[in-house]
Write a protein that binds this ligand. Sequence first.
Ligand code: URA
Length: 474
Amino acid sequence: MRKVVRSFDEWRAAARDLIGRRVAPEYVEWAGSEDEGDLFTAPDAAPAPVEPPAAPGLLLPRAFVEMLAAAACYSAADRWAFLYKLLWRWQRGERELMSAADPDGARLHNMVKAVHREEHDMHAYVRFRERPEQAGAPRFVAWFEPTHDVLPQVARHFANRMGRATWMIATPSATVLWDGERLHDAPPRMRSAADIEDSGEALWLTYYRSIFNPARLNADLLRSHIPSRFWKNLPEGAIVPAMISGAANGDRRTGQTSTVGRRGGATTIAVTPERAQPQRDAPDTLDQCRRCELWRNATQAVPGVGPKKARIMLVGEQPGDQEDLQGLPFVGPAGAVLDRALAEAGVARDQVYLTNAVKHFKWELRGKRRLHKTPAQREVSACHVWLEEELARVKPEVVVALGATALKSVMRDGGATMSAVMDAPFQHEGRWVVAVYHPSFVLRARDEESRKQAYEVIVAGLREALKLAPARSG
Ligand code: URA
């Protein structure tokens, strides 16, 4: 009896039916497509004996089903036959097949391990290349050559992480397209990574060069971490060999950081700190920023908004769920509290510049909700360059730091605390800084009394800011 199956679900349905009819594995020929099969076996050559009555319903433990589903992604000509053999043995009560001591069990464990490893590698080594905007075409494309059939689960992984940017991952056997909302099978359009146009690649290479630290290079570890089969499709694959040999030829000595250069102690540094650590350029646009990992899960970067030369700048922590979707700061629930406080303090929202210390939304999934996650100090520091750019451009006379994250960024001090500075405005780098609670602190307050107090602190701080930088008349 011949069974053609293309997916685990199809195999499962067919296998249940065959088990129900007690058809032994040796009577089934499994194929992954109509034209696949053993040249020397005519279809249906060996009629299966029918053995009524049917076996009772098959109940499998979840862990076993998950192993079967993972092994189904393993690229082997006999995978469906092997899985059926396992199922057959299971319904005969042979539980030892779950153990790696059993020959079939050992093979099953190895298949599952190899598939999980391939998923992990694909998460790590898929490189999206940005394409020029074009109606109907995905913004990011990637080419990958997986050893096993892990594209569907890897596509789900990226769908959960890349926000609403459209993308496509092509492999030699299948192509998946994310339209910003749903995943689709797409016909293969690309034959190799070289066919992919890439406007973002130069930027990526610049970034890769800038994070490459020759002083910390362990070439053997690098090679063992990134198996060589991935190199040809990694953009940095073309520049890494040159950087490795550069490190071996002396960059290692000069690649010390300026921090090390400034440090006291007995260490002698052969070059000046300026030469050892040239200034790194920021990416050209906020949209392209890859200085930390937050961009991966955000829909978009949220820049500041407000008059070009606002006298007051309000700095929040990071965009929330609504801000991430709309691309504007303070348009969600915290924004509503802020609006109320601004109105009460007599500050017009359109007269102030509103921005955040961190420009991408950091979140974790709880059920179906994206819950705000406080950015780590390294993310605040990585994003600081954008706040600096806004401060230099807008030149506000007063900066209102809304909460601790904003304060740390404004002060350029990861140890800055609200309690130390909240009672009065202070001067910092030639401008006034007013520190108040973040509006979401009001929303999270335990009871009405604390809510009221926190809110009053914000209103008072905004009034203070207005006094220090009265609105321009006319
Ligand atoms: N919280 C912030 O800090 N900023 C926003 O833009 C929204 C909520």
